[in-house]
Ligand binder design. Structure first.
Ligand code: AGP
Length: 608
């Protein structure tokens, strides 16, 4: 999931491209590169392995060019090397391309082009594109614009592309099929980027390219060609206030820590969309959803990674009070499922980015079968939001840290509120809104009270090589989330295991070097959880547990108790989640990891 950025205008494109790529770096940071056409129509290409910072070090900022494109890479095809870094050019060095996505038929195309005499310099899938264009423009003598449109017919897979030809520095072409791409409208200049944070400093007027659309961009005009209708179409830019786009660390050392501490505010923002009428619950995005909740038999939740854990948590929460059969599945597994579901099935997809390819393909597959899809997304302009029948905007604000935190909180809060809404609709029961309205305050106080203790606990364990996260019932998806957070930012192996399953095998992993992190606050799973922690203790595993303050029994059983206050258990899961996020954060920080940009990861996974 790479990041691409383009500028065409009257100013020097180099600083724009560099700062644009820096704001897209959370999408991939294996290598970086850019190309620009100097006034003397010389095409300059600069590529490095590693971060945009490395690219800055080889650039000549006294160079001047009014048009350029850039790329930050998450390697899929071809190892991490300068040759495989983007941009890629054709044989003659005229046409240059940057790409986000995967060209699935690149091998056949490459073979075809090599047989026609083209010489390839990289192992990437992307390099077939400039050679294909060269073949069409130079050999078949069709103009570049027509050749660019032909790419939609010739390329299979997902692609967001920026194309520049040094023979015509006044035009940039941008294409989108699956992978996200946004054009930003300036005055005497225009911008293109994979995601909106890269554009927020330059404009507040945007257009999200739709699938099989091409934009022909000059300094003073953006024209959009829609392959579906076969002609240029008029487009209306949307206005998004810049303060909603900018992502600052606000003095925190990492975006992830800032986003953890933003969670009470995010919950408060969500609750501000709920009316105060406890008899008839109205929630902003939900009230416009015309679903006949009484007719639904099955709810099928589909998501990936952290969002999947939120869906799994909701399964337990909803089953407790709603009359539906609830199934949760990983979107990447949906490719291999032969769905047998009743017609009265509501599909719910959850995706903070709204651009996760496996979620998009599931959404399209089930819509083709005539099912309705309700989505929870953090980006109302994303593909998932635009293609769903109904969507709930998670309102978490832009999340830059690759490890999802505040969006997970927003997902489980909205799934909890949605349960209350359906319960109110089906059974006309009063909803305890006071309980909800207390949540942000409890979270705020809890975060500031507990953070130091979590840090001290992390200091004790950060050099361990394996962790097992144990929990029961609805807490198990939270244990999965805790393990995922630790894995993705500290690179320590961690596994979430249903505590009752330990005896059936995983308990063999336990020894004094393998800490157990248990979720054992006083809810319906408490007594069985205590038994499971005693079994772990018997194998001399160090035990950390989230549990109730002054719980003597638990205190005597575990090595480190991270307490939640003795209040309504309704609040425990939200507090527990923050402890799990903080623990992973502090362990990774103590290990000096690149927390906001963990190795091998990217913020949104736009390829299947
Ligand atoms: C979570 O920290 C990871 N970034 C990853 O598992 C993520 O949750 C997953 O890729 C799904 O992303 P989405 O919510 O944007 O669809």
């Amino acid at each position: 999931m790479c990041g691409i950025f383009g500028y065409i205008g009257n100013k020097n494109c180099i600083p724009f491209i560099i700062s644009g790529l820096e704001k897209l770096e959370y999408r991939g940071y294996d290598s970086a590169g850019m190309a620009y056409i100097r006034n003397d129509s010389v095409l300059e290409i600069k590529k490095v392995v590693g971060k945009v910072q490395n690219l800055k070090e080889i650039l000549d900022f006294s160079d001047f060019s009014k048009v350029g494109i850039g790329h930050t890479r998450w390697a899929t095809h071809g190892g991490i090397s300068v040759e495989n870094a983007h941009p890629h050019t054709d044989c003659k060095g005229n046409i240059v391309v940057v790409h986000n996505g995967i060209i699935e038929n690149y091998k056949e195309l490459k073979e075809l082009l090599i047989n026609k005499g083209h010489v390839f310099k990289s192992q990437t899938d992307t390099e077939v594109i400039p050679h294909l264009l060269e073949e069409m423009v130079d050999k078949e003598e069709i103009g570049l614009e027509e050749a660019v449109k032909e790419l939609f017919k010739k390329l299979e897979g997902a692609f967001a592309l920026l194309i520049m030809d040094k023979r015509n520095p006044n035009i940039l072409y941008a294409l989108r099929k699956q992978s996200p791409l946004i054009v930003g409208f300036g005055i005497g200049e225009n911008f293109i980027a994979s995601d909106i944070p890269a554009l927020g400093d330059y404009t507040d007027r945007f257009y999200y390219l739709k699938d099989t659309q091409m934009a022909k961009i000059s300094a003073n005009e953006i024209k959009v060609y829609d392959m579906g209708v076969g002609k240029y179409i008029g487009v209306e830019p949307i206005r998004i206030p810049q303060d909603r786009i900018r992502a600052e660390k606000n003095g925190y050392p990492h975006f992830m820590l800032k986003e953890i501490f933003e969670q009470p505010l995010v919950v408060r923002r969500i609750l501000s969309t709920v009316n105060k009428n406890r008899d008839e619950l109205q929630i902003e995005d939900i009230k416009s959803i015309d679903i006949s909740w009484e007719k639904i038999k099955k709810v099928f939740i589909v998501a990936c990674g952290t969002s999947y854990h939120a869906g799994y948590y909701a399964k337990f929460l909803w089953e407790e009070e709603l009359p539906y059969f609830i199934e949760v599945e990983l979107a990447s597994q949906m490719h291999h499922r032969n769905l047998r579901v009743p017609d009265e099935t509501l599909f719910i997809t959850i995706s903070q980015s709204g651009e996760t390819a496996d979620v998009i393909s599931t959404l399209r597959k089930v819509k083709e079968k005539g099912f309705k899809v309700l989505s929870l997304v953090n980006n109302p302009q994303s593909t998932v939001a635009r293609e769903s029948d109904y969507f709930i905007n998670l309102r978490a604000g832009i999340e830059i840290g690759v490890a999802a935190t505040k969006t997970f909180m927003a997902e489980i809060v909205y799934l909890g509120l949605l349960k209350e809404y359906v319960k109110n609709k089906l059974y006309k029961v009063k909803i305890d809104l006071d309980k909800w309205n207390m949540l942000p305050t409890y979270l705020e106080n809890y975060l500031s009270n507990i953070k130091d203790q979590v840090f001290e606990t992390a200091k004790k364990y950060y050099q361990k090589k394996n962790f097992l996260y144990l929990a029961r019932g609805r807490n198990f998806p939270l244990a999965l989330e805790g393990a995922l957070k630790l894995k993705e930012i500290s690179y320590i192996h961690a596994e979430g295991i249903p505590a009752g399953e330990m005896k059936h095998g995983p308990i063999a992993l336990l020894d004094p070097e393998t800490p157990v992190f248990g979720i054992a606050y006083k809810d319906d799973a408490y007594s069985k959880m205590i038994n499971n922690l005693e079994e772990a203790k018997a194998r001399r595993a160090p035990i950390i547990a989230i549990g109730n303050e002054k719980d003597k029994k638990l205190e005597n059983l575990v090595d480190d108790l991270i307490p939640v206050p003795n209040i309504d258990p309704f609040y425990y899961p939200y507090m527990g989640v923050m402890v799990l996020q903080l623990f992973a954060y502090y362990v990774a920080d103590l290990l000096g990891r690149e927390i906001d940009q963990p190795r091998n990861l990217a913020k949104s996974v736009t390829v299947e």
